[in-house]
Design a protein around this ligand. Structure first.
Ligand code: CA
Ligand code: CA
Ligand code: CA
Ligand code: CA
Length: 478
């Protein structure tokens, strides 16, 4: 039995792996009607020696100065209200039952879930393996996890990606088994399974699913790139169920590409759009065998008070970032394409992206490696430093306003911004000040983090890493 180990800290307050945003966690940024369900406090008690550690969630929407009382077996045990979200009950019986009340409101009490050990195992339903056309057997292992309230009951569910044992980096030829997506409740109940099918190759760069309540009905959807033969959570195939677009090397360089939003509760397809941009000629992305054309990233941003699905393709050469809203149908909001914006924007992306309000306008931007794309899809700034593998955006220095940006460079020599490139932010590597803290925001970018920042103090200064000179030619695209 494979199990997913939930973190001891408040369940669902951050995705235990990559992939998805937590549900509503930002204060005062969205109309109330788009946030119909408040998640539970996710109170837990964990045995620790002779003590019980009790912990719970602070909402981004909790008013400032919110306090908590802890009740053990019906009796309040905190003499004074707590301003924090954790309490160690020393010498407590192992079977103690805890309730947490916010601001003295007994009616709003949350009962803590007791962990039998120092973590909670979520049983998983391990898929059967299979055999590729080349005769290679494969099995499945749990991979990325996304978190969201899929059924709107106030508790988080877990969307687990299953990768086959023959999953491949894009640089590696060979067939792979299809990636699968499962949804589980905390008790291990599986809500559904989506089989992305033979025409979605398995590997770290192909499937970047998002879990978020895009239509504001209180239940999260799942958004992911799909293809002919993807089977939704109700057993219905998308497109041509019999199509096999794989070439002899196991790459999928032909056939339609889709972007699908699935219902969180049932896994049923809700809407499918053509993926933008299509791959076109794979050679246009930097190589001809299917490596660089199939580099995908995804995230969820908040723009004009709405959650917006961000999809991205390509970062070594051409880079295309698209923004979508979902209200029963996927509607394109904008597209950034380095082919149209200018060649100086090509090759600036990393293996992750970050979402953050870096220009203090209340909307999220997309920090895409060495450049940032504004909330309307136009370039905001570009250092021209090129592909750098990893980036981090955060309020690293709380004494300075606004988030700082740090981009780790790996393979290129420094380059100056090309003529016509917008000026990088005044502090070179730092965004401009952001609004006050958006408490509790969890990671909202696939394979990356998005950390809104409080603002105070003097202007930011540069936080750039010193670029390393290239010592050898480019290796495999990792
Ligand atoms: Ca739920
Ligand atoms: Ca929804
Ligand atoms: Ca902004
Ligand atoms: Ca902006």
């Amino acid at each position: 039995m494979t199990a997913l180990a939930a973190a001891v800290l408040p369940i669902g307050s951050a995705a235990p792996a990559t992939g998805s945003p937590a549900e509503p966690a930002r204060a005062g940024t969205a109309p109330a009607e788009t946030r119909t369900a408040e998640p539970g406090r996710a109170a837990i008690s964990v045995r620790s020696g002779d003590d019980n550690f009790v912990s719970w969630r602070l909402f981004g929407t909790d008013p400032a100065g919110t306090t908590f009382d802890v009740y053990r077996d019906g009796t309040r045990i905190t003499p004074e209200p707590l301003t924090g979200t954790g309490f160690l009950d020393r010498g407590a019986p192992a079977d103690a039952r805890y309730e947490i009340t916010p601001n003295g409101q007994r009616a709003a009490a949350s009962t803590a879930r007791a962990f039998a050990a120092d973590h909670l195992d979520i049983p998983l339903d391990v898929p059967d393996g299979g055999t590729t056309p080349a005769g290679e057997d494969y099995t499945y292992s749990a991979n990325d996890v996304g978190v969201g309230d899929l059924d709107g009951d106030g508790e988080y569910e877990y969307v687990v990606k299953w990768d086959p044992s023959n999953a491949k980096d894009n640089s590696q030829a060979g067939y792979t088994g299809p990636p699968l997506l499962d949804a589980y409740r905390l008790d291990g109940t599986r809500l559904w399974r989506i089989d992305l099918g033979r025409n979605i190759r398995a590997g770290a760069h192909y499937t970047q699913f998002q879990v978020y309540d895009y239509d504001g009905d209180g239940a999260a959807e799942v958004a992911v790139k799909t293809a002919d033969g993807t089977v939704d959570g109700t057993g219905t195939a998308l497109g041509d169920a019999d199509a096999d677009h794989r070439n002899g090397d196991g790459y999928v360089l032909d056939g339609p590409e889709f972007l699908t939003v699935f219902d969180g509760t049932t896994g049923a397809e809700r809407h499918t759009a053509d993926y933008v941009p299509g791959r076109g000629d794979p050679a246009d992305w930097g190589d001809s065998y299917g490596n660089r054309c199939d580099r995908f990233l995804a995230a969820t941003a908040e723009i004009d008070g709405r959650p917006v699905l961000i999809e991205a393709r390509g970062y070594y050469t051409r880079s295309v970032i698209t923004a979508w809203t979902f209200d029963g149908e996927l509607t394109p909001l904008w597209t950034f394409d380095s082919d149209e914006a200018g060649e100086e924007y090509a090759g600036q992306g990393n293996h992750n992206l970050s979402i953050a309000d870096v220009d203090d306008d209340g909307n999220d931007e997309v920090v895409y490696g060495a450049m940032a794309i504004d909330d309307d899809g136009n370039p905001l700034w570009n250092t021209g430093f090129g592909h750098g593998d990893a980036l981090h955006v955060g309020d690293f220095d709380p004494d300075r306003p606004g988030p700082a940006w740090r981009c780790t460079r790996s393979t290129r020599t420094p380059t100056s911004p090309r003529p016509g490139s917008p000026t990088p932010p005044p502090a070179k590597c730092s965004g401009r000040p952001t609004p006050p803290a958006t408490t509790g925001a969890a990671s909202r970018a696939t394979s990356g983090t998005a950390t809104p920042a409080p603002s105070s103090g003097p202007p930011p200064t540069t936080g750039c890493a010193t670029p390393r000179a290239r010592t050898s030619g480019p290796g495999p695209d990792r």
